[in-house]
Write a protein of this length. Structure first.
Length: 281
């Protein structure tokens, strides 16, 4: 009897030692690289009232300033109501990178909306709008569209979290960067916008190219985007500053436009002009 009790006691001790040497990790931590590499959960931007990626990735947060690249296409980090702007966020040097972002006004309410670009997707949760990566492996930069509110909203802050992962298929050793950037309402720009700035005269397709006849009333920064009806961005071109006058732009079209309806947009100093064009298979 004593020998049986002693043997049972030794087995219990060995079991406890084994458990301490091989702790059981929460299941979501073991699956985080597979599950969240394309769809991180909302409310992880570090914005007021939110968590960050450290809920699922081990480690502490780091400041994004000087490490994470954030660019906003509005002049002097200012926005005009009702216009659309391009945002680029990224960090080089990581085998896997992911991000999530939201935009809030001074009352921490949602301000504006996002349009997804390549390798990004949008989601709404609890009254806030989010944009996040839809792919992470080998990708370290994303460009997408932010649409300003239709009415003045004062200062607007973009809150974001970026995960620089080491790609070892678990939650350990990743670096989480938190950052924020604030833009202001350009009231003077809204007054200036009361007069037409440009007219897109015509958009036509021929021999695999889109041609755009454009009349510009003053020197302007010109962008082009193409999207399908689901809001996925298919093309992005920055033509740079163009002088006042008449211009013809040519954009090559490839197999992405195999059939269906597409939205082609020319931005003149962030003011959009959109045409819907149908392609037949």
């Amino acid at each position: 009897m004593k020998r049986t009790l002693l043997l049972s006691f030794l087995l219990i001790i060995l079991g406890l030692i084994s458990f301490r040497m091989n702790p059981v990790m929460p299941e979501y931590l073991n699956l985080v690289d597979d599950d969240f590499s394309s769809n991180p959960p909302p409310t992880t931007t570090g914005a007021p009232g939110e968590n960050s990626c450290t809920d699922c990735h081990a480690g502490s947060t780091l400041p994004a300033a000087g490490v994470v690249t954030f660019s906003f296409s509005g002049v002097n980090d200012m926005y005009v109501i009702g216009q659309s702007y391009y945002i680029t966020i990224g960090k080089s040097g990581s085998s896997k990178t992911g991000f999530e972002m939201t935009s809030l006004d001074d009352n921490d309410q949602a301000a504006g909306s996002f349009t997804a670009g390549t390798n990004s997707q949008i989601v709404s949760f609890n009254g806030r709008n989010y944009i996040r990566q839809s792919a992470s492996s080998g990708i370290n930069s994303w460009t997408f569209t932010w649409n300003a509110p239709a009415s003045p909203s004062g200062d607007i802050t973009f809150y974001y979290a970026l995960n620089a992962a080491n790609g070892d298929n678990n939650s350990q050793g990743d670096q989480i960067y938190l950052g924020s950037n604030t833009i202001t309402n350009d009231i003077a720009g809204e007054v200036e916008e009361s007069s037409p700035e440009a007219n897109v005269i015509n958009m036509t397709t021929e021999l695999g190219k889109l041609s755009v006849n454009l009349s510009i009333q003053r020197e302007s920064d010109i962008y082009f985007t193409a999207q399908n009806l689901e809001g996925k961005q298919l093309d992005f071109h920055h033509f740079g500053e163009m002088m006042k006058g008449q211009h013809i732009l040519y954009i090559d079209l490839d197999e992405k436009y195999s059939g269906g309806l597409y939205l082609f947009t020319i931005f003149v100093n962030n003011k959009p002009y959109t045409t819907k064009i149908a392609f037949h298979k």
